[in-house]
Write a protein that binds this ligand. Structure first.
Ligand code: ADP
Length: 190
């Protein structure tokens, strides 16, 4: 089974992706994690992405589309993958449609983790206070605010994109983590 987890920063996509990975034979593919690994390793992609990411802006589409296109062909994705943080705008979603068709793969569901803005801003401010100066250069109040703005402007239109295609399923991201996980499993088990 191949799915997308869609939702704003602070919605808990990463946590839920790890739970799904543990409970199902599916591989979490987080473009954010992959970009951070590229930065840590000092690769050309890492060098290109570093400053943009630290500001909370999106890195160029061709970089993430290339990473995902290569990665979903790996053997550990054959039983299924969970896209976490990709696609993040309509042009990435269109590129994903093309690459899946070319590879003979299909998306089974797009799971939207719904969280309202008031709660997000609280979570984000808390996370910034806890993690400022930590391993993520983009976990400061300014970059987190920027990531939320980018989400609304560029990523939120994907909700409509996948609703139109009929693949969208929504879960309540304001419930506690176990309840969110339960709702996602319900979606995945049909
Ligand atoms: P979060 O969901 O908390 O914002 P991520 O780890 O998913 O965190 O992403 C961190 C940063 O990595 C983004 O702000 C962006 O700069 C970059 N990034 C991750 N995925 C993509 C993508 N699909 N397209 C462009 N940039 C991306």
């Amino acid at each position: 089974m191949n799915i997308i987890l869609l939702g704003p920063p602070g919605a808990g996509k990463g946590t839920q992706a790890q739970r799904i990975e543990a409970g199902k034979n599916m591989k979490q593919l987080s473009t954010g994690d992959m970009l951070r690994a590229a930065i840590a390793a000092g690769t050309p992609i890492g060098l290109k992405a570093k400053d943009t990411m630290a500001r909370g802006e999106l890195v160029p589409d061709d970089i993430v589309v290339g990473i995902i296109s290569d990665r979903i062909e790996d053997a550990d994705c054959a039983a299924g993958f969970i896209l976490d943080g990709f696609p993040r705008n309509v042009s990435q979603a269109e590129a994903l449609d093309v690459m899946l068709a070319e590879k003979g793969l299909e998306l089974d569901a797009v799971v939207e983790i719904k969280v309202n803005d008031g709660i997000l801003i609280n979570r984000i401010e808390k996370r910034a206070a806890e993690t400022e100066g930590g391993p993520r250069a983009d976990d400061n109040a300014e970059a987190l605010k920027k990531r939320l703005d980018v989400y609304h402007a560029q990523t939120a239109p994907l909700i409509e994109y996948y609703a139109t295609k009929g693949t969208l399923r929504s879960v309540d991201g304001m419930a506690d983590m176990d309840e969110v996980a339960r709702q996602i499993m319900e979606v995945l088990n049909g």
